[in-house]
Design a protein around this ligand. Structure first.
Ligand code: LLP
Length: 463
């Protein structure tokens, strides 16, 4: 697996001077299967299609901007993860990446479990009929109300994140006459190679109990001593959009070592470990993520080996991929508006959305790809920056990319790999109406999250 450093300029081709450039290495009409959902293709007329439907038709019917989510691809990725980890492991889809009732039903049908981290996510999961026993509840600051609701609903596990919470969950469970299965989230001290805002296993951050500082061992002691809690395992999530498996390996090793310490101190072998989510996906052709099969093989081998070395029975393993399942399954379709060439620099292409439907570029310096999808073009490539329509210069969707030089207002362009953390992080900034999510499958398209309307905006504004 490899990933390029953030390039200062375009990835394909090279700017020579004064806005002149060499042609990018690849034909701009090609849609790289690595970054587009499985059923995306270009038809004989050069129009891109998804699940057999032309994007031009989708734009007419559903408007732009809009997210189009490839249901067959989503289900295939769920199956790939479940198959890769097999019978002795559980896959929990991380709902924060994108959650809707339709998605919950797909997960349920494909046999996946669900990780939620808020009452809102729990509500959606339960409303869609996900059995509570297959839900894991996360969060570093769960309120009393949330804990009551989660335990009352019968969630399969609560992942404990602070000493306060250990006491609180135990207290509420006893009051409700329940014994709540819990895991303890530990901070394993790994510096994950990803953006600071999405790295979560180094010491100086808000999640979990530190292994190195002994907090994790103390959390285990307290949890084992409380009637309302059934400690089923240890949890570690090291961060997000990670390509290098080394961090997961260190994490797995340290978690197994803790299991051995727990056995030695308390005489109990915990039956489960959860290694979190965080596997990276390809946003550009340069990104090279691992397949679920390779990830599963490597993690299962490490855990088995480490457990053998410590004479532990291998625990049941769970993982929590969010982005790696939903990320590649959707693209955002935009209409091109203003085109502004800046002599010697680049051409700014404005679209009818922006940081309100994709904040990731502004927030994490994320890189994306973009393609002209409403037609083919063999015009010379031009270096562009795709920007939104919001009132700030940081409102960038794709920082550096090439689009055909004959791009014109009214063309449709699409940004792939926007299934994760785009709609779920979308905002109403500048009173933008959040775009719909349209599921496409076998030549059919249906709205699963509708576009916001002016009435929605005014309904909240009670005067
Ligand atoms: N498990 C836990 C405990 C998590 O906190 C997360 C993500 C996941 C699983 C799923 O991680 P994934 O497989 O999706 O990387 N908004 C950021 C990502 C924040 C991730 C938060 N936690 C982004 O857009 O990159």
């Amino acid at each position: 697996m490899s990933r390029s450093a953030h390039p200062a300029g375009p990835r394909h081709g090279e700017v020579i001077a004064d806005g002149h450039y060499t042609a990018p290495a690849t034909d701009l009409n090609l849609l790289d299967a690595k970054i587009w959902s499985h059923t995306v293709a270009r038809n004989a007329d050069g129009v891109a299609t998804v699940a057999g439907i032309e994007v031009t038709r989708l734009a007419e019917e559903f408007g732009t901007p809009a997210y189009f989510l490839d249901e067959a691809d989503f289900r295939a990725r769920c199956r790939a993860w479940a198959d890769a980890f097999g019978r002795n492991a559980d896959v929990f889809y991380a709902g924060k990446a994108f959650l809707s009732r339709a998605v919950v039903r797909w997960l349920d049908e494909e046999g996946l479990n669900l990780d939620v981290c808020s009452e809102g996510e729990l509500v959606v999961a339960l409303a869609a009929g996900m059995p509570a026993g297959r839900i894991a509840y996360h969060g570093n600051n769960k309120t009393t109300g949330e804990i009551e609701r989660a335990i009352g609903a019968g969630v399969g596990r609560i992942v404990l994140d602070s000493f306060q919470e250990i006491a609180q969950v135990a207290h509420i469970a006893r009051r409700l006459d329940k014994r709540q299965p819990v895991q303890i989230r530990v901070t394993v001290g790994v510096e994950a190679h990803t953006h600071e805002f999405i790295a979560t296993a180094h010491e100086d951050q808000k999640f979990g109990f530190s292994l190195a500082a002994g907090q994790a061992a103390e959390a285990v002691r307290r949890t084992l001593g409380l009637d309302g809690l059934e400690l089923i395992g240890i949890h570690s999530h090291i961060g997000s959009q990670i390509f290098d498996m080394a961090g997961f390996e260190v994490s797995a090793r340290r978690v197994v070592r803790l299991l051995a310490d727990i056995r030695d101190e308390h005489g109990v072998e915990l039956p489960e470990i959860d290694l979190g989510g965080g596997l990276g996906i390809a946003y550009t052709s340069e990104d090279d993520p691992a397949e679920p099969g390779a990830i599963a093989k490597s993690l299962l081998e490490i855990v088995t080996r480490e457990c053998e070395a410590s004479s532990l029975t291998t625990p049941r393993i769970s993982v929590e991929p969010g982005r790696a399942i939903v990320g590649p399954t959707a693209f955002t379709l935009y209409e091109v508006g203003t085109i502004k060439p800046l002599e010697g620099l680049r051409t700014y292409v404005s679209v009818n959305g922006g940081m309100s439907d994709n904040i990731r570029t502004a927030l994490y310096d994320a890189e994306y790809s973009v393609a002209l999808v409403s037609r083919r073009s063999d015009a010379e490539p031009m270096l562009v920056r795709v920007v939104g329509k919001h009132c700030e210069s940081g409102d960038i969707v794709v920082r550096d990319a090439y689009l055909p030089g004959d791009l014109a207002p009214g063309d449709l362009i699409a940004v792939p790999a926007t299934g994760a953390y785009c709609r779920s992080l979308a905002s109403n900034y500048n009173h933008a109406l959040r775009p719909p999510v349209v599921a496409v499958r076998d030549g059919e398209a249906r709205v699963i999250v509708r576009r916001e309307t002016e009435e929605d905006l005014l309904r909240l504004d009670v005067g």
